[in-house]
Write a protein that binds this ligand. Structure first.
Ligand SMILES: Nc1ncnc2c1ncn2[C@@H]1O[C@H](COP(=O)(O)OP(=O)(O)OP(=O)(O)O)[C@@H](O)[C@H]1O
Ligand SMILES: [Mg+2]
Length: 325
């Protein structure tokens, strides 16, 4: 199966003083139709910058480089603004954590939800209106009819977030990038939205790139997980593998630092130290100063990627296994 989104060696740098600050470094992943890939990692690890780069939302003087960045097999970089407008909010949609800025304050909700249906789907206004109402109901908004005629300021933050989610999903995109989509919602609404995403995946084969801090959500929602650290992906694995057998020392620390129902709270630890500054990147592995089992070469050379894990310890393990076997 061909990936619907292919990111190969993506680097995003922002100008800083007379040099560059690399917020994302050599990130690669594939997203397949119908799957959910979760992007997890500490604050500042480059998750939002990665998604903004894919959505074409990073403007010069910032610099984006990639060996390949393909959506439905076609290059995303260097598209014209009019090509972007056709794609964005249609085949390729994004849900941000903060919905307030995505809505136009002077237009009624109904008009805003109808817009992508009129623009991208070419529907007439009667069927666009019916469909917009149906979507408002689908994202769990009570009294969709009343919401339809409201202005954004008349709704609560959680209601606005659901409107934005309805707008993102109503054209049945093939990829949705969801950056902390449900963080601002209460738990029952969150469960409802996640359920809606899953049912659309089954229905139309939509793929989701899910950015979240919540490992509970990841475990419930994702098929695969990519773990980010200091602008790099340090481990990619299926959800099952990652939770049962985390391999990168950072992933292990991350899982240990989060309370989980299946473990006693006394085991809770946090990773000592802080992530490296982007201003002076380390020559070797960015996690090396905080890594317990690090090797001498970890501070000198960037780690190779072995079986989805970017770590010198994997090479050592592989060597031990091959000499044993
Ligand atoms: N426009 C910008 N100019 C300069 N630096 C930026 C810009 N946008 C992001 N950065 C830097 O890039 C790094 C990655 O930021 P990013 O927002 O991707 O982190 P994140 O993983 O999404 O974190 P969070 O979990 O807090 O949302 C940060 O150090 C941030 O300060
Ligand atoms: Mg972010």
């Amino acid at each position: 199966m061909e990936p619907v989104l292919l990111v190969d060696n993506l680097t995003v740098a922002f100008p800083y003083r007379k040099s560059w600050l690399e917020a994302v470094r050599g990130v690669s992943f594939q997203l397949y139709p119908g799957e959910t890939l979760a992007l997890v990692g500490e604050s500042g690890s480059g998750k939002s910058v990665t998604s903004a780069a894919i959505m074409g939302l990073i403007d010069p003087p910032a610099r984006i480089q990639a060996d390949r960045l393909l959506f439905e097999g076609k290059p995303l970089l260097r598209q014209s603004e009019s090509q972007w407008r056709k794609l964005r909010g249609n085949r390729l949609a994004m849900i941000f954590q903060d919905s307030t800025t995505a809505l136009n304050p002077v237009l009624r909700i109904g008009e805003q939800v109808m817009e992508p249906l009129l623009l991208h789907e070419g529907k007439d206004s009667t069927s666009a209106r019916l469909e917009a109402l149906a979507w408002l109901a689908r994202v769990g908004l009570p009294q969709p009819d009343r919401v339809f005629h409201s202005f954004p300021h008349e709704l609560s933050g959680g209601m606005r977030q659901r409107v934005v989610i309805a707008m993102a999903l109503c054209c049945r995109p093939s990829v949705v990038i969801a950056d902390e989509p449900t963080t601002s919602l209460d738990v029952t609404v969150q469960a409802q939205i996640l359920q809606l995403l899953r049912s659309l995946q089954d229905e139309v084969g939509m793929a989701v790139l899910l950015i979240t801090h919540d490992l509970g959500v990841v475990e419930e929602q994702a098929h695969r997980v990519a773990v980010c650290y200091a602008g790099e992906i340090v481990e990619t694995a299926t959800c099952e593998e990652l939770f049962s057998n985390p391999r990168h020392p950072y992933t292990r620390g991350l899982l240990d630092s989060i309370p989980r129902l299946d473990r006693p709270v006394s085991k809770l630890t946090s990773i000592p130290g802080t992530p490296p500054s982007l201003h002076d990147p380390l020559p070797g592995c960015p996690f090396q100063p905080r890594c317990g089992p690090r090797l001498e070469r970890c501070s000198r050379e960037p780690a190779p990627e072995i079986e989805g894990v970017r770590c010198w310890l994997m090479e050592k393990e592989a060597a031990v296994e091959s000499s044993a076997g």
